[in-house]
Design a protein around this ligand. Structure first.
Ligand SMILES: O=C(O)CC1=CCC(=O)O1
Length: 96
């Protein structure tokens, strides 16, 4: 199951810099591990914003929920999820 996910990051300005740096480092490692696993297919920066558009390929809504709530930055994000399905004109075999 494919989902487009938009993540808007809002780290409070009073969060100590070293704490924020640690969360961002853990976020990067978590994200890259999921990208290597194929669960997190794409991640794109939204130009000019502290936000990204991502594509997840998971087995269920519950799995997506678990992955998103496990993000180290989850407490500091607004997340919007859009379910996707194959477009009849797609020429890509892995769009499912
Ligand atoms: O910087 C972001 O958009 C938040 C984020 C998600 C995964 C990651 O490494 O950073």
């Amino acid at each position: 199951m494919l989902f487009q996910v938009r993540m808007d990051v809002e780290i409070p300005t009073d969060l100590p810099e070293d704490v924020a740096a640690d969360i961002k480092a853990r976020e990067k490692a978590y994200s890259q591990e999921l990208q290597r696993s194929g669960k997190w297919r794409h991640i794109w920066r939204v130009a000019g914003e502290y936000a990204n558009y991502s594509i997840f390929d998971v087995d269920s809504n519950e799995e997506l929920h678990g992955l998103l709530t496990g993000l180290p930055l989850f407490p500091y994000m607004r997340i919007a999820v859009t379910p996707l399905c194959r477009h009849p004109s797609s020429i890509r075999d892995d769009d499912r």
